[in-house]
Write a protein that binds this ligand. Structure first.
Ligand SMILES: Nc1ncnc2c1ncn2[C@@H]1O[C@H](COP(=O)(O)OP(=O)(O)OP(=O)(O)O)[C@@H](O)[C@H]1O
Ligand SMILES: [Mg+2]
Length: 431
């Protein structure tokens, strides 16, 4: 099959020579349209008359959305950069262009890249060395030697509607991990209105995640930019605030959020993301219009995460919601194996021993074990909210904080100091 190609490399001095060579060559590609800009390229892609686009990094208005729309239209993308321009290569990769070549590559090599891109082959034919390897030192605490830069762990904190405590768990987890010496980045990705800034007493007028997503979609995001966009609460704890108003969700485009999280892995050993509850993806139906998808950001986070926590409340209504939410998750993202956290555990709403009863019910109705139980402690959480501080700051000895710390140590795979464990046992006996 001859691959039909759109080009959009206007302005480059080598454009006409390249197009001529591709057309003349017998490499299984033919140029069906030479587009002058991104709009024309997108319009051409929508006609379904081509399978690949060859574009240059300099193309004006090229962003992650445009690449996503080309891909959604079934058009594979190959990028060309000026030879040796590593920055342009990195930028194209951030925008989602996997196949990137220097513009002086042989016609045969470019044609092969186009064919491979169409065949869905992963990875570029010509790659610059992994840019992550060249990361400059960032004024962040050194990462553990056995966890190379770029491999930071990503934990999504998700759960059903009904305020089971996702934000409380996300904040507690990031804070406790940081206190255990793990450099942590807390990201508020709640597309129904982020509150992490308020919970931590930070000004919420910082560009935060939306700013990072904006930079990601223009290919300008790197860990230094991420550091500038995040609050440094303590040297080991940074916070990327969320969209303070619920109507600002369109700023969190899924592709851009994925790129932000990739950069976050280069910045911090542990990234904890506070997610919204909703997984509905009905907007998919109108995907060919490239309509923004409100829950797309949540799905992108859950898909990218190494660990997805499902935070459930501990009363019958909350547990029922969790069982349904777990079913939804299985349907939407069958590859994700969530870790179940039951929060606000207390005597009262569930007869008998609540821990035993809830564990048995969740096992029976969702087929999952409860990995962590977190006690209800309204006095401690209220004190934290009132002060705009974390539990470790306002109620360091409380049982909820102790369990969050144990959970953080377990998820970050770092030892919990023995002295803390002894203190914890005392707290548990007292509680
Ligand atoms: N273990 C707990 N004990 C007592 N109160 C708790 C506990 N966990 C959370 N809370 C309180 O429950 C309320 C809801 O918690 P949180 O905001 O963390 O839930 P959420 O799931 O993030 O909700 P939302 O849907 O608004 O994002 C808050 O007032 C919080 O302080
Ligand atoms: Mg929340």
């Amino acid at each position: 099959m001859v691959v039909q190609v759109f080009t959009a490399v206007t302005g480059a001095p080598w454009e006409s020579a390249l197009v001529g060579a591709l057309d003349r060559s017998d490499h299984g590609v033919t140029v069906v349209r030479r587009c002058v800009d991104v709009s024309e390229l997108l319009a051409a892609a929508a006609t379904g008359t081509g399978q690949a686009a060859l574009l240059s990094a300099e193309l004006r208005r090229l962003d992650g959305d445009a690449v996503a729309r080309l891909t959604a239209a079934g058009v594979a993308v190959v990028g060309l950069v000026e030879p040796g321009d590593d920055r342009a290569t990195e930028r194209l990769r951030q925008l989602g262009v996997l196949h990137v070549l220097p513009a002086d590559a042989e016609t045969e090599v470019i044609a092969q890249a186009l064919r491979e891109a169409v065949a869905g082959a992963s990875g570029a034919l010509h790659d610059v060395a992994d840019p992550r390897a060249a990361l400059p030192a960032l004024g962040v605490p050194p990462l553990a030697a056995d966890r190379p830069v770029g491999r930071g762990r990503l934990i999504a904190v998700w759960g059903p509607t009904g305020a089971p405590g996702r934000t409380t768990v996300a904040v507690g987890l990031a804070d406790e991990a940081a206190r255990l010496g793990v450099s942590s980045l807390l990201v508020d990705a709640d597309v129904y209105g982020g509150v992490v800034a308020q919970v931590l007493g930070l000004l919420d007028d910082s560009p935060g995640l939306a700013g990072a997503a904006r930079q990601a979609s223009t290919g300008a995001l790197d860990p230094e930019a991420l550091v500038r966009l995040a609050w440094t609460v303590r040297p080991q704890l940074r916070v990327l605030t969320g969209p303070a108003r619920a109507d600002r969700w369109p700023e969190l485009r899924p592709r851009a959020v994925t790129t932000v999280l990739e950069e976050a892995r280069r910045l911090a050993e542990l990234t904890v993301v506070d997610c919204a509850f909703n997984l509905e993806d009905d907007e998919e139906l109108s995907f060919d219009t490239a309509a923004p998808r409100r829950n797309g950001a949540t799905l992108a986070v859950l898909e990218a995460a190494d660990t997805v926590l499902c935070v459930s409340g501990a009363d019958p209504v909350a547990l029922q919601r969790s069982v349904r939410a777990l079913d939804d998750l299985r349907e939407v993202l069958p590859g994700v194996e969530p870790v179940l956290v039951v929060n606000q555990l207390r005597r009262g709403p569930v007869p008998g021993d609540p821990r035993r009863e809830i564990a048995a019910a969740m096992e029976r109705f969702s087929g999952r074990e409860v990995a962590f139980f977190l006690p209800s402690d309204r006095r401690a959480t209220d004190a934290a909210l009132a002060a705009g501080r974390t539990l470790a700051e306002v109620a360091p000895g409380c049982a909820l904080r102790a369990e969050l710390r144990t959970m953080a140590a377990s998820l970050a795979e770092v030892p919990e100091p023995a002295s803390d464990r002894r203190g914890l046992r005392k707290i548990r006996r007292a509680g």
